[in-house]
Ligand binder design. Structure first.
Ligand SMILES: *[C@@H]1O[C@H](CO)[C@@H](O)[C@H](O)[C@H]1NC(C)=O
Ligand SMILES: *[C@@H]1O[C@H](CO)[C@@H](O)[C@H](O)[C@H]1NC(C)=O
Length: 422
């Protein structure tokens, strides 16, 4: 059943202009209420992590270790019908002892060694830390578990940053499930004990192979080194879907860190949510995709509103999508204008699409600069940058664009670009 979960397209609003953003879709939603002890922070330790205050020793460039020594267990391999081989690669020292297993091709396992995740010293020192999280796991009758704020969170505050316990090539789930499961089992067995506990404490939707079901219920799908993979981020998987989520995430495929930040103020007691799907879809599309991919009926506030409110929201979404197109169109026939950009920002707010604000402010900045209003261009660029910080990089190209504009609006390519068209 897994292959059907892979979708092409964009899972997040930023895909409107940031073509590099990965497709990223958790494959499940509610956590099984019968699974207790979902996350016990005291069980997550970081052996070998640098203590704060300890003076960092100047880095000496060490010769790169041979790949064979990077995997702490000898890779075990299996071929599919076409002869393509997939192997299980485990490094139990990854992320300060949390460990990671890949089930993927040899070629990808080779390229993995160059990623910051494996080559940048200290890259995981601040992640997988759950000693005092601003949330707790609570059971919602009828919906399983969810994450609830225990402290007030402001826009931009970090909620969760973790590394995956497993990364699975989607092509590795081939017809011979029985055989495939044996290898999935290895990805699990070869992890450190504490990480196995964490993995097993995640929810499984259905009975069946315990590892397979946990991947099916909790993993995110995304492109990795040019191929579709599933990523099991066990803590991130605790967050439920909302059509108008109060947090947004960024998946760094180089450091293999998945981080979620508050996209608006979240009050203590509020559930912390992310979106599983592209936010810019109509109610009907949302219902269909959530049902098809995760098998649940969308019951978020937006989906369960009146027909009138749903129709209104659909109209707003349609307009937003159109405005994105208009504002990204730099030909002389484009109806783009500062007013249109301001209207776009109003619509985001009306629709509670706070996670999209960065995109809106970037469009507004360019639209103002394009008619020579440098002051307003500057103000919107600042706000776009703030949003870029909030999402910790998911709009990185836009952030660079805005930085360049702020350094010299009048020499930026957008300056007077629309005025000249007349
Ligand atoms: C978490 O684990 C520790 C050590 O295993 C235990 O002492 C503690 O009671 C556990 N906490 C919860 C909330 O289960
Ligand atoms: C992703 O992680 C790498 C390695 O730590 C870092 O250099 C890069 O800036 C990160 N990318 C973003 C967009 O945050």
């Amino acid at each position: 059943m897994l292959p059907s979960l892979i979708i092409a397209g964009c899972a997040f609003v930023f895909c409107a202009n940031a073509g590099h953003v990965e497709v990223e879709v958790p494959t499940g939603i509610s956590n099984d209420p019968t699974e207790s002890n979902l996350l016990n922070a005291s069980q997550i330790v970081r052996p070998g992590g640098l203590d704060e205050g300890v003076e960092k020793i100047p880095k000496v460039k060490k010769p790169r270790k041979k790949l064979s020594t990077r995997w702490t267990t000898k890779p075990s391999c299996v071929s599919d019908d076409s002869g393509q081989e997939f192997c299980v690669y485990t490094n139990s020292n990854f992320a300060n002892g949390r460990g990671i297993s890949f089930f993927t091709t040899e070629e990808i396992s080779e390229s993995v060694k160059d990623l910051a995740a494996f080559s940048e010293e200290g890259v995981h020192d601040e992640v997988n830390v759950f000693s005092d999280p601003p949330w707790e796991v609570r059971n919602i009758p009828g919906r399983g578990n969810g994450l609830f704020a225990t402290r007030k969170l402001e826009r931009g505050d970090l909620i969760i940053a973790d590394t995956p316990l497993g990364v699975y090539n989607s092509d590795a789930f081939f017809a011979d499930y029985g055989l495939g499961y044996q290898y999935l089992r290895k990805t699990y067995d070869q992890l450190p004990e504490e990480s196995r506990v964490i993995l097993m404490s995640t929810a499984a939707h259905s009975p069946g192979d315990p590892i397979m079901e946990r991947i099916n219920t909790n993993a995110f799908a995304g492109e990795f080194e040019g191929q579709n993979h599933f990523f099991l981020y066990p803590e991130t998987a605790l967050m439920n879907h909302d059509c108008r989520p109060n947090s947004m995430y960024y998946h760094n495929t180089s450091s293999l860190i998945h981080s979620a930040h508050a996209s608006r103020t979240i009050n203590p007691g509020e559930e912390i949510t992310i979106t599983y799907i592209n936010l810019l879809q109509s109610g009907t599309e949302r219902q269909e995709i959530l049902k098809m991919m995760w098998g649940f009926d969308c019951t978020c506030e937006l989906c369960s509103g009146s027909e009138l409110s749903k129709a209104r929201s659909d109209m707003n979404i349609e307009k937003i999508v159109q405005y994105h197109k208009d504002l990204a169109d730099w030909t002389s026939s484009s109806p783009a204008s500062p007013q249109l950009a301001e209207h776009l920002l109003e619509l985001y707010n009306k629709e509670h699409l706070y996670a999209a604000l960065g995109t809106g402010h970037m469009f507004a900045s360019l639209a103002f600069n394009a008619v020579g209003n440098v002051d307003m261009a500057f103000q919107h660029a600042e706000k776009a940058l703030e949003a870029g910080m909030v999402s910790s990089g998911s709009v990185i190209d836009d952030v660079e664009e805005m930085k360049t504009l702020m350094k010299g609006p009048k020499v930026h390519w957008s300056f007077m670009a629309r005025a000249r068209m007349g």
